[in-house]
Design a protein. Sequence first.
Length: 233
Amino acid sequence: TMAEEAKKLAAYAAVDNHVQNNQAVGVGSGSTIVYAVDRLAARVRQEKLNIVCVPTSFQARQLILQHSLALSDLDRHPQLDVAIDGADEVDADLTLIKGGGGCLTHEKIVASCAKHFIVIADYSRKDSKVLGQQWKKGVPIEVIPMAYVPVCRTIVRRFGGEAHLRMAVSKAGPVVTDNSNFLLDWKFDGAQNWREVNAAIKMIPGVVDTGLFVDMAERAYFGMEDGSVQVRD
Ligand code: DER
């Protein structure tokens, strides 16, 4: 489909422009990153690249292993040369909403350890002027299970909107993250000061992390329907 083609364009551009020999690469989660891992594996084979990959989720780890890429971790490579990941939405300031796939906590850690954090997305659904324009599921927030109700109430009381526990589809009960935590999706009302809101939500006891990536992405690659790639710095 067009969207898949656009994801592939963005993914290939990011891998070709930002991955060199002898590097440690953070590998994101979701569906767009699959194309990036395909491209990474192809380049490793063709160019005999010596790279190691650090995953941002169980899914990313599976992708790395399935492509016979060298698996590593932040114990061995606490500083990464580059991290490549998708996003649920990107605004004009390169503020991201991430966590649609429930992996935001490791994604943010890995992104924070990389010299360059690069985002890949299909233009048609992810590129917005302001957050909330296209992504309607709200900001994902990882919470410690025993605290999800008070955290939910505090967020709505302080910041408005609605917040809901993310329920699983193929399993009874809530989604459980790779860290054995729960997820809230906060449907905010209108534009916010994302730097302030992110910091304030992070401080609520019981919150592990938020899907707001503020001042983290260095560049975003958007695959376009006409087959071109748009870059935002
Ligand atoms: O959940 C995540 O943070 C993913 O990276 C998500 O934001 C992008 O997923 P997609 O590439 O399947 O749209």
